[in-house]
Design a protein around this ligand. Structure first.
Ligand code: SF4
Length: 413
């Protein structure tokens, strides 16, 4: 029996979907990319911005009208819009964030298979592993805590068991994800830390690279960086949730930090990881952001040892404090987002240019008769000539040419 999947949103959503796929394949269901072949579909949803939620609702409406396949729909949009969805899409099955751990069991009850076959669909190289969910912070623009609940962590032994299982299935890179990954372990007794977890994962055979999806600077201490640098499997790329470089805006975001503190942490990372690919999230056009405060963020980015940006135009989420504030005029918001995205593109190209001629280890993620694609430890996508059945997943590549801000070309070294 075949099933199809679709995933909107964050890496935690992707990790959940990857886990559901592996679980169902282990029970004799076969993943397909064509909805027309599928007996049922699985959708994980996102409501972090207005646009994200609109895209999800448009997708649900389209599949309902055109595919005739029942979908199991989970996640943040269900947590926000449950009643309306139940009403409108009666042949679909909805799971909010508390119910979604029942999704696989429900699929097996609804669509039983009598098969002892086990399928292996995805080209297994990199896997997202969700180790933490929820958040105890209340950033004034963020709807996530209301949708995903309090911060909670997976017990280390469960994380290690999942990592071993994924390694056994052929995955060589594990990307640790969470809604606030840096808060991992604070809710456990005895208390654990993300550092403890990464240290334990070093010993999982078959896992070559451990990548941290996103870090919250409020949790990062000097020793975390120093000890992380001594762990051989830790990837050479780090992503930070910063949101603004202006102290006044950071305060209005209720993030309880300052630009100078962010800069101190970023420069420590640069000291211990001189070649690392460092990136950060920024919100453009937060309500009340004056031109001078916006320029403070631009100056912050230019002073920080960052190599790329993820830029999000401010999106008011009903139920958040920031949604009650006077928004900036849309042209100003768009112009600031465009300026930051431009700056981010220049930084990405400059970083890739500095990587030309250098050799990096990485994981093979795609292979076809025309080329092979490797994701390096420092998170570059490098296209190399076809490998002709070179099965080894961990490779060394020399970067030779920058094709664009998202792709380099090179050779196996
Ligand atoms: S830390 Fe802030 S932005 Fe991140 S999930 Fe929590 S409330 Fe949202």
């Amino acid at each position: 029996m075949k099933f199809v999947v679709e995933c909107f949103g964050c890496r935690s959503n992707q990790a959940e979907v990857q886990e559901w796929i592996v679980e169902l394949e282990g029970r004799g269901y076969e993943l397909t990319t064509r909805a027309a072949e599928a007996t049922f579909g699985i959708l994980n949803t996102c409501s972090v911005t207005e646009k994200a939620e609109k895209d999800v609702l448009r997708f649900i409406g389209r599949t309902y009208r055109h595919t005739g396949v029942p979908w199991l729909v989970a996640g943040c949009t269900v947590s926000r819009e449950r009643a309306g969805l139940d009403q409108k899409y009666r042949s679909y099955f909805f799971f909010d964030n508390r119910e979604k751990q029942r999704l696989v069991e429900t699929a097996c009850e609804l669509f039983p298979v009598d098969s002892r076959l086990i399928y292996h669909s995805a080209f297994r190289s990199r896997v997202f592993l969700k180790v933490q969910d929820g958040c105890n912070f209340r950033c004034s623009f963020c709807i996530v805590p209301a949708l995903r609940g309090k911060a909670r962590s997976l017990e280390p032994k469960e994380v290690l068991a999942k990592a071993r299982r994924y390694a056994g299935l052929g995955y060589r890179e594990v990307v640790l994800t969470g809604i606030n990954l840096s808060s991992y372990g604070y809710d456990l007794f005895p208390r654990q830390t993300l550092l403890d977890l990464v240290a334990a994962l070093q010993h999982v055979r078959g896992v070559e690279i451990i990548r941290l999806s996103s870090l919250d600077p409020r949790f990062i201490r000097y020793h975390f960086i120093k000890e992380l640098a001594a762990m051989p499997k830790v990837a050479d790329s780090f992503h930070f949730s910063l949101q603004s470089g202006s102290d006044a805006v950071i305060r209005r975001m209720n993030r309880g930090s300052r630009g100078a503190e962010y800069l101190r942490i970023l420069s420590h990372f640069r000291d211990y990881f001189p070649e690392a690919n460092l990136g950060a999230d920024f919100i453009a056009g937060f309500p009340g952001e004056s031109e001078r405060q916006f320029q403070e963020t631009v100056a912050f980015i230019q002073a920080a040892p960052l190599n790329y940006l993820h830029v999000f135009p401010f999106s008011p989420r009903p139920g958040t404090k920031a949604a009650t504030l006077e928004p900036l005029p849309p042209p100003v918001l768009r112009a600031r987002a465009a300026e930051l995205k431009d700056l981010g593109s220049q930084m990405k190209l400059a970083y890739r240019d500095r990587c030309r001629g250098k050799i990096f280890s990485g994981i093979l993620i795609e292979e076809n008769p025309h080329y092979a694609l490797v994701v390096t430890r420092n998170f570059l996508s490098v296209r190399v000539p076809p490998l002709r059945g070179f099965k080894k997943r961990k490779l060394h590549v020399r970067v030779e040419r920058v094709v664009n801000e998202n792709l380099c070309e090179g050779k196996i070294a």
